[in-house]
Ligand binder design. Structure first.
Ligand code: ADP
Ligand code: ADP
Ligand code: ZN
Length: 233
């Protein structure tokens, strides 16, 4: 399956993408992670991107479209992917349509995760991750079972993102409302949009997303059976 996880910063896209990809055969494609890696590697594109990311502004469409197009060409994406943080503008969505067409791929669903603004801010300012394995945590909502030790890899090295602070949150939320939220209408019109309540616990949201993806998968299979039936039946 190829899906998009759509939602404001802090909505829980990365958390759910990691769970989905461990349960289903797909890879997580996070443009935020790719840009941060690119900045760490010291490339000029990464350094320029970091300056915008630290202010809470979006990186240019051309840069992220190029990154994602190259990534989708990697063999591991053939089994399916969950786009996390891309597309973020109508221009990126249009470029994704063209690129998927050219690569003979298509989107199965766009899962919108809806979360209140107050909750998004709380999720962003409390977020931290394991520096070793990338597991996500939260000061209040998801603390490690043993304080200071990662549940997954046992390493005691955590990090916080430079842009996860109260100063950039408003800019990031406004960028979401102005530039990204029009994608809800874009994908609704294409019949791809499914909306889940992102306000529940991490487990509850995983369950809601799993349910909608099972439905999408089921109807895709019965449609193809119907098509074969009409040809051969
Ligand atoms: P996004 O990728 O959409 O920016 P993340 O998945 O990184 O969001 O989640 C943001 C923060 O909120 C993280 O610290 C994560 O542990 C926490 N979080 C994610 N989902 C939930 C949830 N359903 N309830 C409470 N906290 C959550
Ligand atoms: P979050 O879900 O918390 O906003 P991300 O890791 O997805 O975090 O994004 C962090 C930053 O990286 C964004 O604020 C933006 O500057 C940049 N970025 C990530 N993906 C894109 C994209 N598709 N288009 C433009 N900028 C992006
Ligand atoms: Zn870890």
């Amino acid at each position: 399956m190829n899906i998009i996880l759509l939602g404001a910063p802090g909505a829980g896209k990365g958390t759910q993408a990691k769970r989905l990809t461990s349960e289903r055969d797909m890879v997580q494609l996070s443009t935020g992670d790719m840009l941060r890696q690119s900045a760490e590697s010291g490339s000029q594109i990464g350094i320029d991107a970091k300056a915008l990311m630290d202010k809470g502004e979006l990186v240019s469409d051309a840069v992220v479209v190029d990154i994602i197009s190259r990534r989708i060409d990697q063999p591991d994406c053939a089994k399916g992917f969950a786009l996390d943080g891309f597309p973020r503008t109508l221009e990126q969505a249009a470029a994704l349509d063209v690129m998927l067409d050219e690569k003979n791929k298509s989107l199965d669903a766009v899962v919108e995760m809806r979360v209140d603004d107050v909750e998004m801010v709380a999720r962003i300012v409390g977020r931290f991750t394991c520096a070793n394995c990338g597991e996500g945590y939260h000061d209040r909502f998801k603390t490690p079972a043993v304080e200071g030790v990662c549940d997954v890899c046992g390493v005691s090295d955590f990090q916080r993102r430079a842009d996860d602070n109260a100063n950039t949150v408003t800019t990031r939320l406004m960028a979401y409302y102005k530039k990204t939220s029009p994608l809800i209408g874009y994908y609704f019109a294409k019949g791809k949009l499914v909306t889940v309540d992102g306000m529940g616990t991490i487990d509850e949201v995983t369950k809601s997303i799993s349910n909608v993806l099972d439905q999408v998968d089921g109807s895709a299979k019965s449609q193809s059976r119907g098509l074969l039936g009409s040809i051969f039946g």
